[in-house]
Design a protein around this ligand. Structure first.
Ligand SMILES: [Zn+2]
Ligand SMILES: [Zn+2]
Length: 134
């Protein structure tokens, strides 16, 4: 894992690393349409995904692990880029983003409340278990 890289630097670092390790995405075919790829694009699904990237006002999600990147052409990248997460109707665990189930953060990102509750319940259970064990 690439702990230690932070913020916008992490976004640049992972793209530099992709380029150095796998070469230019232009040498590959777009995994969506089979056309010539243009760039490495984040697949989504990293449990430790980060947000925010330089030069963009809207939050963009990215991963600091190369495992979550695939070559895509510009068109498919745009269609698929987690920048377009706003068009998603469900969180990655399949909960629907209804008005009641959506928590908006001050930075414009959103969270699935069902997932937040699930995580809070898990933390609480862990605390109780830790107390019981102490
Ligand atoms: Zn494509
Ligand atoms: Zn959820």
């Amino acid at each position: 894992m690439s702990r230690g890289v932070k913020g916008v630097n992490a976004y640049i670092t992972i793209h530099v690393r992709l380029f150095r390790t796998r070469g230019s995405a232009k040498n590959f075919e777009c995994i969506e349409c089979g056309g010539p790829a243009h760039e490495w694009s984040y697949d989504g699904g990293d449990p430790d995904e980060r947000s925010g990237r330089p030069g963009y006002t809207s939050p963009a999600l990215y991963s600091t692990s190369m495992d979550y990147y695939s070559p895509r052409c510009r068109h498919c990248h745009r269609m698929r880029d987690p920048n377009h997460w706003r068009t998603r109707t469900h969180c990655k665990y399949g909960h629907e983003y209804t008005e009641e189930n959506t928590h908006w953060n001050s930075d414009g990102t959103r969270k699935c409340l069902a997932c937040l509750e699930r995580r809070a319940a898990r933390r609480k259970a862990a605390r109780i278990a830790a107390r019981a064990a102490a």
